[in-house]
Design a protein around this ligand. Structure first.
Ligand SMILES: [Zn+2]
Length: 283
């Protein structure tokens, strides 16, 4: 599943190419993905110019404006779901439709034609056109961005004083902090030397500070590496080999801990595979 670093990587790839491009044509192969697609509103983007591409949690937010009629801006929301891929082909002729390719846009900038394409075999992704990020039903409840100054060790500590939930579950709860998936939560707990299953209210302030630092460093390294390798995900340049990040515990059951050589243990927490070092990360 594409996680925050993958989505941020896609955003960073698309942004310079899309900024200033005008939507010339929209083709939808179906009227729903995980949710219904507002087909009329999506078609209404024809003629609009892309101003910017931002990211909120794992949503790509493409800001568009109709520069001719001064109409108020619209935001196209794209989610990659479990297996989605969004990329750009620069060529004048329409590319062959791929299996599971559900929509595409023909874009023009400086007389150059490119195609923004979306493929999603499992169809857990989303395409929507929204007016306001803060009030949208998919976005309104979201917690702070993990890399923003709003998310601190003090905040994590304060918010978990009465929580009986496992700390790893808190890290993966989008109402507390967005975009920390299973792999990165496991890695962060290992770096911070906190047992993933420790009751959140029992995690010390010092450990909360370490956890926030660990989440941020893991995500920053993954973004720098272009995201971590995942079988369903191919990055914007269709070069999966680019996505390599060293993982210290995730997927390393039975192999020696990179800190103390104790074999890494695999458990299941909240129906997700969890990896930890039983010596470095005590309950
Ligand atoms: Zn260890």
């Amino acid at each position: 599943m594409p996680e925050l670093p993958e989505v941020e990587t896609v955003r960073a790839w698309l942004a310079p190419a899309l900024s200033g491009a005008r939507v010339d044509q929209v083709t939808l192969k179906r009227s729903d993905l995980r949710y219904p697609i507002p087909t009329t509103r999506v078609q209404g983007l024809v003629g609009c110019t892309i101003i910017a591409i931002r990211r909120r949690a794992k949503y790509l937010l493409v800001e568009l404006r109709d520069l001719d009629s001064d109409r108020s801006k619209a935001i196209m929301l794209i989610h990659l779901g479990m297996s989605g891929r969004c990329w750009l082909d620069v060529q004048p002729d329409p590319p062959q439709w791929l299996k599971h390719e559900h929509w595409r846009m023909r874009l023009v900038r400086d007389d150059q034609v490119c195609w923004l394409r979306y493929q999603d075999p499992r169809r857990f992704g989303a395409l929507d056109v929204i007016d306001d990020v803060k009030s949208h039903r998919l976005l309104a409840h979201l917690g702070p961005e993990p890399l923003s100054p709003d998310w601190t060790g003090t905040r994590l500590y304060t918010e978990t004083r009465t929580r009986k939930q496992a700390i790893k579950g808190v890290l993966m709860d989008a109402r507390r902090v967005v975009g920390v998936g299973n792999i990165y939560a496991s890695e962060a707990c290992w770096r911070a030397e906190v047992h993933p299953n420790r009751r959140a209210s029992a995690v010390s302030k010092r450990s909360c500070v370490r956890l926030v630092d660990a989440v941020q460093s893991v995500l920053k390294e993954a973004i720098a590496a272009g995201g971590s390798t995942l079988k369903d995900f191919v990055g914007g340049d269709q070069n999966p080999g680019y996505f390599q990040q060293r993982l210290d515990v995730y997927g390393r059951e039975g192999q020696p801990c990179n800190r103390c050589q104790t074999p890494v243990v695999k458990t299941t927490l909240l129906q997700r595979s969890t990896f930890h070092c039983p010596r470095c990360q005590r309950r």
